[in-house]
Design a protein around this ligand. Sequence first.
Ligand code: C5P
Length: 219
Amino acid sequence: LSDGPLKGKHILVTSGPTHEPIDPVRYIANRSSGAQGTAIGAALAALGADVTFVTGPADVLPPQGVDVIKVQTAAQMLDAVQSAPAADAAVFAAAVADWRVANAGDSKIKKDGSGLPTLEFAENPDILATVSQMTVGRPKLVVGFAAETDDVIANATAKRLRKGCDWIVANDVSPNTGIMGGKENAVTLISDAGAENWPRMGKEAVATALAKRIAEALA
Ligand code: C5P
């Protein structure tokens, strides 16, 4: 597609929310639009990368020029990530559901007068941590996201160490920032070199800046 600095590199991106079924017609979801992940996929492809783009049911269309794998659940997202070709870098921008419904029904739960249904939950796999801690075939650069409302840098720094990823892109999603669901983002890039505050800018500009940094790191 493009002859940029990421030519010949394979990069895996996860994006969007996941949907966790309650029964065949109902599900649990979150408010991720997929906008930031889609912008990152597009920015990486624009620099010449071969991008595998694993996306949950997002509001926005996937980027052009990437290999799109559509999934619904966190378990399917992990499967898709583990089945993808070996990657030089991986960017985990998806808002993966923390829990799935353990007692999801194969047929529609009926309002039949026998009382209210009770949902039981099971913890979903942590895809970012799983890939970060791979002993064979781990991408050279693993990038996670941290959406926080308090103590953004401290929490994101701890998250980086706990999950074992190389970089965390941290942002403050407090309601007064207008970032969640908005067009702009103000992020801090956390690596072993410390925390670097980026100015507030459009999500496309964040994606372009991040893609350039990834190209430098893989060069
Ligand atoms: O722990 P938390 O959900 O805040 O971590 C956010 C980061 O971890 C994001 O990069 C997200 O894509 C990733 N994640 C994941 N699998 C999960 C939960 C989070 O890949 N089950």
